[in-house]
Design a protein. Structure first.
Lengths: 207, 215
């Protein structure tokens, strides 16, 4: 009941999705669409559980007065502000859009731009042309960066941006294709293992 | 309201940049606010683009419209989804396996044909497609097409662990590493430029929009 039923459910849903995908019959396509929608219905509940866990974590921080517990109120305030502005009237409501455009987007962009400093300092420490492979990585990164900015073409007219484009379209794309093919084959074999019940770590421990 | 928005965005931007000096209460405030608002944003988006169209509307239509009675089937995944809350009880926590198993089955079933069609077939087709037009390609393009096949084969060889990497396989694998380094270098260069572009945009906002609105 605790192990076998979930494995049978996983097998049935997996097999039905594969078979209906390859069958053009109207009933088969309707089944595929309906079950795919079931997945879309179940998925938000995972998110609800995540929100409940987040609230529990911050509530515990406040109760136990752990370090920086005061900031948990800020998490609640931010969450409540967005929910109060968005849930009653929808994401198109001006209050929700205002909060999104003037608070969330600037903070998101700033947080990501902060990484520019850390990437630069990490690159300064890690980018040493010690081996042939490291030199290749360094030279490629420099060419791609120079090809992205006007100063590159100012130093070498047209050459910097053309070299960058050639790298992106040829050696970079071939490496990416190799990675995508490898990852896809791995994903397919892992999916087959999950459907057949060979891979069952997602069920967690216990009986 | 626009001026207030600019001021709030500018103050929060400076709060986050204060981390460049060291961890401080202003940064922690902005960090926690961002976490809270992001969660709130996803709650709203999940309700309006997940729950309402896929769960609420089919059931509402099934109640009001006799021809849409199949909408009641949506109650099955809703009940399954509710089993996620069994996680909150230590005695009934095992019930969470049911919805997880269904989600794993559905996503694995969708993954296999999709990965075959969009990743494997499409990528192989893209790699060998230039050879179908070999007569009309320039020497430069032919070189690119040859390089593409060499790169893909060598990169795959590097990830092929079923044979020992010795002799010709080792050489192919080493060429694969070279291609991978070029790929990682390009990714790194693009990531740095993306982050720098964001930094320029934020500095431009602070100088032109914020300080510009004061003076």
């Amino acid at each position: 009941m605790k192990q076998k039923v979930p494995l049978v459910l996983c097998f049935l849903f997996g097999i039905v999705m594969i078979l209906t995908e390859f069958s053009p019959h109207a009933a088969s396509q309707a089944t595929y669409k309906e079950i795919a929608n079931w997945g879309r219905v179940i998925s938000p509940f995972v998110f609800v559980l995540a929100v409940v866990t987040l609230i529990q974590t911050h509530w515990n921080r406040i109760q136990r007065r752990t370090e920086h517990w005061q900031y948990s109120f800020v998490v609640f305030a931010g969450m409540l502000a967005m929910v109060a502005a968005g849930v009653p009237s929808g994401p198109q409501h001006p209050a929700f859009a205002w909060l999104f455009n003037n608070v969330q987007v600037p903070m998101d962009a700033t947080m990501f731009s902060l990484l520019a400093f850390f990437i630069a300092s990490a690159a300064y420490r890690a980018f040493r042309a010690r081996t042939f492979e490291a030199t290749l990585l360094l030279v490629t990164a420099v060419i791609v960066m120079l090809g992205n900015v006007p100063v590159g073409d100012l130093l070498w007219p047209d050459a910097a941006s053309n070299a960058r484009q050639w790298i992106l379209d040829n050696p970079n794309l071939s490496a990416r294709r190799g990675i995508i093919l490898g990852v896809s084959l791995g994903a397919i074999s892992q999916s087959i293992r999950i459907i057949l019940g060979i891979e069952r770590s997602y069920l967690g421990g216990g009986d | 309201m626009e001026t207030l928005g600019i001021w709030i965005a500018a103050i929060l931007t400076l709060c986050i940049y204060s981390f460049l000096y060291r961890d401080n209460p202003f940064y922690r405030f902005a960090e926690h606010l961002l976490v809270g608002m992001s969660v709130g944003y996803i709650i709203v988006i999940t309700i309006y683009f997940g729950f309402i169209p896929y769960a609420w509307t089919p059931i509402k239509n099934a109640v009001t419209d006799e021809t849409a009675r199949l909408g009641f089937l949506t109650l099955i995944p809703i009940c399954m989804g509710c089993l996620f809350f069994a996680r909150l009880s230590s005695r009934r926590a095992w019930l969470i396996r049911y919805p997880i198993a269904i989600l794993m089955g559905i996503s694995s079933g969708i993954m296999i044909p999709n990965a075959l069609q969009t990743d494997i077939f499409a990528q192989v087709r893209g790699t060998i497609d230039p050879y179908s037009r070999i007569g009309v390609l320039s020497a430069f393009e032919i070189t690119g097409a040859i390089l593409m096949v060499i790169g893909v084969v060598c990169t795959l060889t590097y990830f092929f662990f079923s044979v020992e990497h010795r002799g010709p396989v080792n050489w192919l694998s080493k060429v694969g590493i070279a291609f991978l380094m070029i790929g990682f270098g390009s990714a790194f260069g693009n990531t740095v430029m993306g982050r720098v572009a964001l930094l320029i945009q934020r500095v431009d906002f602070l100088i032109n929009d914020w300080i510009g609105s004061i003076f």
